[in-house]
Design a protein around this ligand. Structure first.
Ligand SMILES: C[S@@+](CC[C@H](N)C(=O)[O-])C[C@H]1O[C@@H](n2cnc3c(N)ncnc32)[C@H](O)[C@@H]1O
Length: 191
């Protein structure tokens, strides 16, 4: 599971990347749409995997940064988004939720799909994402509901403890036989 989906590498990682690019595509695009991006937004996508959400964000915003600790996934995302990278709209960098490598208050929107369950320290990840968001910036998270311990209440409590405001969550049913219910959340960094 780790090699295929957790921090994809090797042959299993290539297979996992293909499965994620199909199975999670609707969720990735749905969360980008829920963010209501404008061309002025600087967007950070954390744990982008094969890059479906990155590509969708790159068609809507003029600056998009992806960070993922898997070199295999960074390569896959750069291939998928080659035109956006070549035009300077997108950068794909090594990083994690807790260490994004981005300056303070430098992004308008942070997106994370199907990876908070992999962060070794949820509080450290949320603190880092709050640091890089500008005041008023928004955080959007999607996670497989069955993998979120404590459900929506625990997630909302964690983002509130990290200093986010206006947190609200909802459930989303992705299309497809294999897809499972997503728990999604939106919150803002207070101005
Ligand atoms: C299950 S995949 C999800 C990929 C994609 N967002 C999707 O839904 O198809 C998890 C991704 O998160 C990355 N990841 C693992 N640990 C991470 C961490 N601590 N911070 C950010 N991303 C991480 C993995 O390398 C992998 O690309």
């Amino acid at each position: 599971m780790e090699a295929a989906f957790g921090r994809p590498h090797g042959p299993l990682g290539r297979l996992g990347g293909r499965l994620m690019a199909q199975g999670n595509a609707a969720t990735e695009r749905h969360l980008v749409d829920a963010a209501g991006l404008t061309p002025a937004d600087v967007v950070l996508v954390v744990g982008h995997g094969p890059g479906v959400g990155l590509e969708h964000a790159g068609a809507r915003a003029t600056r998009v940064i992806g960070v993922d600790p898997s070199e295999l996934m960074r390569r896959a995302a750069r291939r998928r988004c080659a035109g956006l990278v070549a035009r300077g709209v997108m950068r794909v960098e090594d990083g994690t939720a807790a260490a994004t490598g981005q300056p303070d208050a430098s992004v308008d929107v942070v997106l994370s799909v199907n990876n908070i369950q992999l962060w070794p320290d949820l509080a450290a990840g949320l603190a880092e994402l709050r640091r890089v968001l500008r005041p008023g910036g928004r955080l959007l998270v999607s996670v497989h509901e069955r993998w979120q311990p404590g459900g929506a209440d625990a997630l909302i409590a964690a983002v509130a403890k990290a200093g986010f405001a206006d947190a609200r969550s909802w459930r989303w049913e992705p299309p497809g036989r294999l897809a499972t219910t997503a728990l999604q959340l939106r919150a803002t960094r207070p101005a």
